[in-house]
Write a protein that binds this ligand. Structure first.
Ligand code: SAJ
Length: 406
């Protein structure tokens, strides 16, 4: 039986995937609210294919609990934020989960850390906890790091089809955990050592952050000299060895905007490119705000209350607003002491910011300038409704004339 600890964006789909492929699974979360919702027949967030996967897993007998189970495989998939001041990883949730595992786990169990951690975290924080509990690693308890790679918006497909990395002290243990993941994973599964596995995951997300920062910097250069960054990126990407990502209003979510900081925190004197990249990405919401002011000036608009931000989530077609560029922009706006801009997002039904609308048409009635912060399919399907507005499109979803871009 596998006890998956942490039923969030990674733990839940992973637990469901194992269960729907015939593995006995108990999903554990300290949040009674999450566990009750899952026991009551509902998933806890919107994700393509998740409801269907949940149904299959329930039919196959998955259980949900706030209690840690006595079993032979634990998968820990809890959040790993970073400390805003030191930039170093905050391994607090991983350590807390592991301490709870230690209280119930029998000798011979394998603990798999799925959470993204910076290189050396397992040596520094995880091993000591196991040893303090009187276990010898490799004899009593086996340790594995198996970072996930799934992208929100396509998690269910990617869980099955992506290749994976497994870091283990001992190849035999790596093979055992590889066999477990092979119950559903059709991709290649590479076995390596734990520190290499830690580093590869952080490097993958850092590569993406740096590439996005490059695109964002190009957008700023092109804005200054009136060049079309999208046309330039499109042509450059026709080169067989160039693949530039898309500029945007900033980088959000809990991965690309977080993980690169772990390297900056641990290697401050060596991470010049990464540090600058993160600063470029973090500067984008303010850049969008300046674009808004300059467009208002050009159009002779004086009333900022007639400006609305479309989209609150960190990217398209998801309901996750953690670290979202829109929230970052609203924070910047506070510094200007202006009343907060109007906001609408079809995926966010609860009230999370001031001046938030829940009806698209009412939102449109109250604004003259719409800033597309997120390219949800909903806006693409309703593009005719915004054609009479002044549009600042930060996601390149409009393909008609007269639209302002980054
Ligand atoms: N973004 C851009 N331009 C782009 C691509 C993305 O501005 O060209 C922005 C998005 O709008 C968003 C942010 O970057 O605000 C991050 O979005 P994302 O789609 O790049 O990535 P995540 O955070 O949803 O998922 C990433 C993925 N990592 C990589 O692609 C290397 C996923 O595979 C990981 O599993 C996930 O992080 C994770 O959990 O680590």
């Amino acid at each position: 039986m596998i006890n998956v600890i942490g039923l969030g964006y990674i733990g839940l789909p992973t637990a469901l995937m194992f269960a729907s492929h015939g593995v006995e699974v108990v999903g554990t979360d300290y949040s009674k609210e999450i566990v009750d919702k899952l026991k009551g027949g509902h998933t806890t967030f919107d994700e393509k294919g998740l409801d269907e996967l949940y149904e299959k897993a329930v039919k196959s007998g998955i259980k949900f609990s706030t209690e840690y189970q006595k079993t032979d495989i634990y998968i820990i998939a809890v959040a790993t934020p970073y400390d805003k001041f030191s930039k170093k990883i905050d391994a607090g949730y991983v350590c807390a989960a592991l301490k709870n595992v230690m209280e119930v786990c029998p000798k011979g169990a394998t603990v798999v850390i799925e959470s993204t951690v910076s290189p050396g975290t397992i040596d520094r924080y995880v091993r000591p906890i196991i040893e303090e509990n009187g276990f010898t690693i490799g004899t009593d308890i086996n340790l594995v790091h198996a970072p996930e790679r799934i992208i929100p918006g396509n998690m269910v497909y990617e869980l099955e089809h992506n290749s994976r990395t497994i870091g283990a002290d001992d190849v035999k243990i790596g093979e055992k955990i590889k066999a477990a993941y092979s119950s559903f994973c059709k991709g290649d599964i590479v076995i390596t050592d734990i520190k290499t596995a830690e580093m590869t995951k952080v490097v993958e997300n850092t590569f993406r952050a740096v590439n996005i920062a490059f695109a964002n910097e190009l957008a700023k250069i092109c804005r200054q000299d009136n060049m079309d960054v999208y046309e330039i990126v499109k042509i450059c990407n026709m080169h067989p060895r160039v693949n530039i990502l898309n500029p945007g209003p900033g980088v959000g979510g809990h991965c690309i905007s977080v993980d690169p900081w772990f390297l900056v925190g641990d290697y401050p004197s060596l991470t010049k490119v990464i540090w600058e990249s993160m600063k470029v990405n973090d500067s984008m919401p303010e850049f969008v705000l300046e674009r808004i002011y300059s467009i208002m000036k050009e159009k002779g608009m004086e009333d900022i209350s007639r400006v609305g931000l479309y989209g609150l989530t960190y990217k398209e077609n998801v309901d996750d607003y953690r670290e979202s560029p829109t929230l970052q922009l609203l924070e910047c706006q506070k510094k200007h002491l202006a009343s907060p801009l109007k906001v609408y997002d079809p995926y966010i039904t609860n009230n999370i910011v001031e001046n938030q609308y829940h009806d698209f048409d009412m939102f449109l009635d109250d604004i003259d300038l719409i800033v597309i912060m997120v390219g949800h399919n909903q806006i693409k399907d309703n593009i005719d409704k915004i054609k009479n507005k002044i549009i600042l499109d930060t996601r390149k979803v409009c393909d008609f004339d007269g639209v302002y871009t980054l």
